[in-house]
Design a protein around this ligand. Structure first.
Ligand SMILES: Cc1cc2nc3c(=O)[nH]c(=O)nc-3n(C[C@H](O)[C@H](O)[C@H](O)COP(=O)(O)O)c2cc1C
Length: 411
């Protein structure tokens, strides 16, 4: 199952389902994982430190102000130690604290210091589960990359029935292993910080009109999904996309205009390992956006346009040796020459070229056909495929290119 030697932090909060967590610990140990338990004070009303430490083989961390394993800052040393944090059961209260960044006990403090994958298994009364505040907290955690093992429908400890039962230990075990499978599936992409821009931008003419293009964001959404599946931390800066990623990226910043996309991308860039700029950013914007709707007076009117800031060129200018930068180009003529010129002028490492001449390629289609142009000058043209498969090809090409570069120019 792939859990051999993995370090699993099991977080337990104060719900009746905590008794099932004892089984989960046994199953994790049986699969070869190392387990340490971290409890909220309420959790200890439901399970005892003796049971948890006996089953896990390790001291239980529950009191922040009592040293555990001879260390006073166990919330940090435990966070460093664990490969994953599995919180089961996750109460409404603890989920709320996670969502708001409240760190007032051993588990919530450890969570705020934890930077690796987090899996939560909520368990609560069905009305609590449906409570709008609880739902909003869960949604905001999902958006930040926390994975959920959804609560099951069935009879609940309170005597009623509905959704709220904690998933069975076997299910939580399988989801834990799946997270490792996903992230270990690609050692290359795991925890790589990738800035991904996607979708169109909209440039306001007045409060009701804008200039934009036909991009639906499908290619960017597919790239986001495949990157997330491979374990990358995706920072998705996206314009108003019609197509959304199926999996929530690590972080998502929604923007409208080219100026906003430029600002957000530049702010992130220095902390990234890679930039993949798939957005269809407007090259021009109206010089001024009118505050009021422009009235229809004349038969003809003029719209003065000014250039927007070039995101690819700006990132290329400040690119550090360890950073990789890929841009997209959509051309209608002289495709290869234009893409080669763009690659050099903007200091990119790769241009992914779409040609409007290819059937099944470009905006609004479920398929795409791309060519790759890198600094070696070679051009490689792929098949026409679904955008998910093209996204996988793009990432394979990048991985291959970086691996070849590091072999030919070792650091
Ligand atoms: C018998 C009993 C069972 C409870 N079960 C749950 C539960 O399943 N889910 C939940 O969110 N809260 C449950 N609660 C309420 C929590 O224990 C309470 O909100 C507490 O503050 C949670 O603290 P913690 O999140 O720090 O562990 C239960 C309370 C009692 C008395």
């Amino acid at each position: 199952m792939g859990l051999q030697g993995k370090r699993v932090l099991v977080g337990i909060s104060g719900g009746i389902a905590a008794y099932k967590t004892l089984f989960l610990i046994r199953l994790l140990k049986k699969e070869g994982a190392e387990v340490r338990c971290v409890c909220t004070p309420s959790a200890l009303q439901f399970v005892t430190p003796l049971s948890l430490s006996t089953l896990s083989g390790n001291a239980v961390y529950s009191d922040m102000f009592s040293p555990v394993n001879q260390t006073a800052t166990a919330h940090i040393s435990y966070a460093d130690w664990g490969d994953i944090l599995v919180v089961a059961p996750a109460t409404a209260n603890t989920l709320g604290k996670f969502a708001l960044g409240i760190a007032d006990n051993a588990l919530t403090t450890l969570y705020t210091a934890f930077t690796k994958p987090v899996l939560v298994a909520p368990a609560m009364n069905t009305n609590m589960y449906r409570n709008p505040a609880v739902e909003a907290n869960m949604e905001s955690l999902r958006k930040r990359g926390v994975r959920f093992v959804e609560a099951e429908i069935g009879p609940l400890a309170c005597g009623c029935a509905g959704q709220g039962r904690m998933a069975e230990p076997e299910t939580i075990l399988a989801e834990t292993a799946a997270l490792f499978d996903n992230t270990s599936a690609s050692a290359f992409w795991r925890e790589k910080k990738v800035l991904l821009t996607a979708g169109p931008t909209q440039e306001a003419i007045d409060p009701v009109r804008y200039i934009s293009n036909h991009s639906t964001g499908l290619m960017g959404a597919s790239l986001s999904d495949v990157l997330t599946e491979r374990g990358a931390q995706v920072y998705l800066v996206c314009g108003p996309m019609k197509n959304q990623p199926a999996r929530e990226p690590y972080r998502r910043i929604s923007v409208t205009s080219a100026a906003e996309m430029y600002r957000e991308s530049l702010a992130l860039w220095s902390g990234m390992d890679m930039g993949i700029l798939s957005a269809a950013v407007a090259d021009y914007r109206p010089k001024t956006a009118c505050g009021q709707k422009i009235k229809k007076h004349e038969a003809e009117t003029m719209l003065e346009l000014v250039k927007t800031d070039d995101i690819l060129a700006s990132l290329g200018r400040s690119k550090k040796p360890h950073q990789f930068l890929a841009g997209f180009a959509l051309e209608t003529e002289n495709e290869t020459a234009n893409a080669a010129e763009k690659l050099h002028r903007k200091n990119a490492d790769l241009i992914v070229l779409n040609s409007m001449r290819d059937a099944g390629a470009g905006f609004g289609t479920a398929t795409n056909k791309v060519s790759f142009l890198d600094k070696t000058g070679q051009i490689v043209t792929g098949e026409c495929k679904g955008k998910g498969a093209v996204a996988a090809d793009i990432l394979d090409y990048i991985e291959n290119l970086i691996c070849v570069q590091s072999l030919t120019h070792p650091a």
